[in-house]
Write a protein that binds this ligand. Structure first.
Ligand SMILES: [Zn+2]
Ligand SMILES: [Zn+2]
Ligand SMILES: [Zn+2]
Length: 93
């Protein structure tokens, strides 16, 4: 895989993981020990769920990412595959 593509995939995967974590995480804002970005991701998750895509940071790209994740059935997808394995380990999602 070319390095630029690998970097994009790594970033998308990290964002998906963070969003999935935030969705399942019950920690109060600022008190999550899993990620310092958890609070931001919770806000982003709620925003993306109710938004059809606006100019806010990460809004449109996260919406595309989540729509892909929900519809993706490729077990070997380089973006979703590792995220699904992580979710199975955590028994959430
Ligand atoms: Zn959290
Ligand atoms: Zn938006
Ligand atoms: Zn996928």
């Amino acid at each position: 895989m070319d390095p630029r593509r690998a970097a994009v995939v790594a970033e998308q995967r990290a964002r998906l993981l963070l969003l999935q974590h935030a969705h399942a995480c019950a920690a109060a804002p600022g008190s999550c020990r899993a990620s310092p970005h958890c609070g931001d991701a919770k806000v982003l998750w709620r925003h993306v769920c109710g938004c059809a895509g606006c100019a806010a940071p990460h809004c449109a790209s996260s919406g595309v990412l989540m729509a892909h994740f929900c519809g993706c059935e490729d077990a070997r997808c380089e973006v979703c595959g590792p995220v699904r394995r992580w979710l199975r380990r955590r028994k959430i999602g």
